[in-house]
Each structure stands twice: as structure tokens, then as C-alpha cells.
Design a binder for this molecule. Structure first.
Ligand SMILES: Cc1cc2nc3c(=O)[nH]c(=O)nc-3n(C[C@H](O)[C@H](O)[C@H](O)COP(=O)(O)OP(=O)(O)OC[C@H]3O[C@@H](n4cnc5c(N)ncnc54)[C@H](O)[C@@H]3O)c2cc1C
Length: 329
């Protein structure tokens, strides 16, 4: 690993003042489960690491009538054990317990989970987010793309957004509080994720001198939500497709729906087409199938990942049926 300066601020204001206003010079360290691997592999080479773990008000979960506030430094393990999350946001609890392994969940923070970098093996091998050959050919298009995007892949970005937690936060209608040198801003979780069009851009709407401070979830009492992952094996593995669904009901009918897919696009993929199919209808097998078909109608698989279209369709259908029948078990 290359030498770097290491600083542990104790306040958010100190932390943002220590960050550079361009990417590459400084990086934020939370649990380190992603960043340190990238540094060891020489993919990320900061001159300064700003460790957030001494900033105590970035930790913990608190509930209020407005909903739930989750500090960005809270670990996935602590969140999975949180009584309030288990009772009121069971689909989130399920997504948390399915993520990674117990050892990683004990170190990994929710802020780091949302800001983690893509698992794309071109990126992890130092070829960049939008890998190209010396002659400018896109390497992923005809290359080893079996785990890459099937939606939102028209531009140069073909990787898939890596968080399995982000889709369910979007299904619950969550937002993020970002703190920078000029103060705080709040954005919907789905707006935080961006598809880079140039190598210098990142996959998040986070400025280089901002930190993700909090995740905010609205009260969940009226949302029936579910999370569904398809993996090659039940033991620890990254998924092939993820779906999360949040349904607001009016009697037996869906008043509004949020249908989100993960691992299919460079961003968590919100499907208004699927929500439209569900709106005003009761949910049954046939309706769920129609919504899942709508969610995948515009899929454009690459040379080796057409199999993911059907997997994602199945994940969406099952998540809808699961949400309608009461959500996570
Ligand atoms: C073996 C393995 C299996 C995994 N399986 C899954 C899985 O199934 N599902 C899943 O979703 N994830 C999975 N992950 C990813 C894991 O969840 C992330 O590595 C972890 O959540 C990152 O959190 P961290 O605190 O360790 O972040 P770090 O490694 O410290 O940081 C990760 C990135 O986020 C940035 N960052 C961290 N915190 C902040 C903040 N507050 N504000 C701004 N930027 C910040 C860092 O600068 C860095 O770029 C897996 C990882 C491993 C190694």
C-alpha cells in the first residue's frame, strides 16, 4: 500500500474541512471493508485518509414521529439487530441480514455500504469505471460481462450498483443527509446514485468534500415492503438480481407502489412502469407477473448476461407478492 496521511477528526465540520475539493487526493474511511481493499490493490491512491469513526454523532438509530434517523457510521450488524428496524422496517432488516457475512457486517457501516464502489472486475483490476482498450473500444461490451448491467447500459457505464441495501431504502421512500463545507442538504436515496459518463465522475451525487451523515426513513406503518435476492448460492455471495417493493394500500388495492431493482443497472433501478401496472389494482399472481414484465420490458442484455433478465423478472414478481402478503417474514 502507498503511504498516506491519516487524520481522525471528531466533528463533521472538521471532517469536511479536511477533504479536498477534487476526487483522488483524499478519501473518507469508515469501516474500511471496501476502501482498504481498493487501496491495497492500488485502485484508489489517496494522499490523505479522513477517518470518520471518532465522530460520535454519526452513530446510532433514533425514532421520532417523523420516522427513523440512522447515523451513517452505524454498522450493518447493529442495524440488523435493531428492535425498531426489525419491528417496523422488516424488509430492511432482511436485506441487512442477507448482506455479506457476520464478520463484515460487524465492521461495515451503512454509509460505506451506500458509497461503496462497484464490484466490476475491470474496475477492481485498475481499468477504471468505464474501461476502454487503447484504441477506445469499450471492454465490457464484448468482454467478460456476465454480472454486468442489463438496464441503463446505453452509455459507457456497464457496472451494476453494488449495494443490496439501497433498493429497499428507496422502496421505503428514504432520503440522505449530506454535510459539506457550506452546510447540509437532503436528497432522496434514488437521486443519490448517478451513472458516470466520464472516468473522472463518480457513481454518487456526493461532492468530494461532503460526507454522508444520516439516512432518514419515513414512518413505515403504512408501507408494506419486501426484499428479494437471487444468488447463485445461499451462503455468502453477491446477488445476481435484487428486488425491493413498497406498497401503500387503500383497502385491498394498491394506492401507490415503489418497485426497485438492484444488480441490474449502474444505479438502483426504480421501475415506474411496474408501479403503474399495480396502481389501483389488487395484487395477485397475474398482476405481479404483468408488473414484473413491465419492469424488464426495456432490458438490453450484453453478450453474456441475458440470463439476468429472467432472474430479475422473477425477483420483482416474488417481491411484489411477498409485499402484498404482509412483507418480510
Ligand atoms: C466479502 C464481502 C461481501 C459483501 N457482500 C455484500 C452484500 O451482499 N451486499 C452489500 O450491499 N454489500 C456487500 N458488501 C459490501 C459491504 O457492505 C461494504 O464493503 C461496506 O458496507 C462498506 O462499508 P465500510 O464502512 O466498510 O466502508 P469503507 O470501506 O470505509 O468505505 C467504502 C466507500 O465509501 C466511502 N464512505 C464511507 N463512509 C462514508 C460516508 N459516511 N460519507 C461519504 N463516503 C463514505 C469511502 O470513502 C469509500 O469510498 C460486501 C463486502 C465484502 C468485502
Amino acid at each position: 500500500m502507498r503511504p498516506f496521511e491519516y487524520i481522525s477528526p471528531t466533528t463533521k465540520a472538521q471532517a469536511v474541512s479536511l477533504l479536498s475539493n477534487s476526487w483522488g487526493n483524499t478519501e473518507i474511511l469508515a469501516g474500511g471493508t471496501d476502501l482498504l481493499a481498493l487501496m491495497k490493490d492500488d485502485v484508489v491512491t489517496p494522499k490523505r485518509l479522513v477517518n470518520l469513526k471518532e465522530i460520535k454523532d454519526l452513530e446510532g438509530v433514533s425514532a421520532s414521529p417523523q420516522g427513523l434517523r440512522i447515523g451513517a457510521l452505524t454498522t450493518l450488524g447493529d442495524l440488523a439487530d435493531d428492535k425498531n428496524i426489525k419491528e417496523n422496517y422488516p424488509a430492511l432488516a432482511e436485506a441487512l441480514i442477507e448482506a455479506a457475512s457476520p464478520q463484515i457486517r460487524n465492521m461495515a457501516t451503512i454509509g460505506g455500504n451506500l458509497c461503496q464502489r462497484p464490484r466490476c472486475w475491470y474496475f477492481r483490476n485498475g481499468l477504471g469505471l468505464l474501461p476502454k482498450s487503447e484504441t477506445g473500444r469499450e471492454l465490457v461490451t464484448e468482454g467478460e460481462n456476465r454480472y454486468h448491467a442489463i438496464l441503463g447500459n446505453d452509455g459507457p457505464a456497464k457496472f451494476v450498483s453494488p449495494s443490496t441495501i439501497a433498493p429497499v431504502l428507496i422502496a421505503y421512500g428514504g432520503s440522505l443527509r449530506l454535510v459539506g463545507v457550506r452546510g447540509q442538504r437532503e436528497i432522496a436515496v434514488e437521486k443519490f446514485f448517478l451513472t458516470p459518463k466520464a472516468e473522472a465522475q463518480r457513481e454518487h451525487d456526493l461532492r468530494p468534500n461532503e460526507i454522508l451523515a444520516e439516512i432518514v426513513l419515513p414512518p413505515a406503518s403504512e408501507v408494506k415492503a419486501a426484499h428479494y435476492e437471487i444468488r447463485q448460492k445461499a451462503a455468502f455471495d453477491w446477488p445476481l438480481a435484487v428486488a425491493a417493493v413498497g406498497l401503500r394500500m387503500e383497502g385491498a388495492n394498491v394506492q401507490s407502489a415503489r418497485v426497485v431493482m438492484g444488480y441490474v443497472a449502474p444505479v438502483p433501478w426504480l421501475c415506474p412502469e411496474a408501479a403503474q401496472v399495480l396502481r389501483g389494482q389488487s395484487v395477485n399472481e397475474e398482476r405481479a407477473q404483468k408488473a414484473a414484465d413491465a419492469a424488464l420490458r426495456n432490458a438490453k442484455p450484453l453478450s453474456r448476461n441475458a440470463y439476468k433478465v429472467q432472474l430479475a423478472r422473477v425477483a420483482v414478481k416474488r417481491a411484489i407478492l411477498k409485499a402484498a402478503s404482509g412483507g418480510a417474514a
